[in-house]
Ligand binder design. Sequence first.
Ligand code: ATP
Ligand code: MG
Length: 296
Amino acid sequence: MTAILTTSLPLPLHSRGKVRDTYRLTDRELLMVSTDRISAFDVVLPTPIPDKGRVLNQLSASWFKETSGLVRNHLAPDQSIPSELLQGQPDLEQRSMRVMTAKPVMFECVVRGYISGSGWKDYQRTGSIAGEGLPPGLRESDRLPEPIFTPATKAMTGHDENISRAELAKRAGRELAQTLEGLSLSLYRFGAERALERGLILADTKFEFGWHDSEVILIDEVMTPDSSRFWDLEQYRPGGPQASFDKQYLRDYLEQLGWNKQPPAPPLPDEVVAGTSARYLEALRRFSVSYARGRV
Ligand SMILES: Nc1ncnc2c1ncn2[C@@H]1O[C@H](COP(=O)(O)OP(=O)(O)OP(=O)(O)O)[C@@H](O)[C@H]1O
Ligand SMILES: [Mg+2]
């Protein structure tokens, strides 16, 4: 399988995001293609990561199926890819998903079960995360007493901005805010429990929702290494940062390089490409291996 930075299908382009190329398949359906692009610090890198698109797509597809009893999602009932699109694109089936077109809700729904990343920085400064009061004395990577919902605006360009739950209610309306929070927390709980069965901790994750036929449905991607922090349960040692399946390895490489985090991003050496690809594949492998419940 070759690594792909940009796709070019004979369909009208709906959008090209940092990772996914989305095409209009019909009036009501999109074809979302996960490329092998990777971004760090919101900048897309010039080097593709083999297998990444396929891993993201397969993990999302399986979560959409597993969580369909909790919330309706954008997965189209018919997942077949028209054969004329598959010509010369042998891996298109593995990296793409047919979805119902939705109007994205312009807020990112972040749930944190553990304290890490920007949440940890916020807590050290303010004793809370995005205004959510927390007990004193938490260490980096500690489990929170309860998972918390910390929404952010979905910036069209640049970085997303964290907002408080009160601010979300003000901007989105109380009813929508409550729906987003309730669905996000139940999805997180479901995912975190499943992850533990596979020897993984789902430290935090981000969901996106959209409007479809006057209903709020789950869209985008679900509980992948791009939208989540996964940690190995056996190596979990709170009190510092955790080794993870997410992009931390790549971020660490870029940090020591001294790149100013402004485009253009530097190309990645083969070793970092291989290490990153291996981490995505490992996440997929772990999710397809069931751990005995008794172990965790
Ligand atoms: N069912 C859907 N209908 C319409 N848009 C969708 C649907 N599912 C996902 N999207 C949107 O498609 C895009 C997916 O591409 P990608 O994840 O690469 O974008 P991105 O760079 O992360 O952009 P963004 O900052 O908007 O999330 C996102 O903007 C997402 O909101
Ligand atoms: Mg995205």
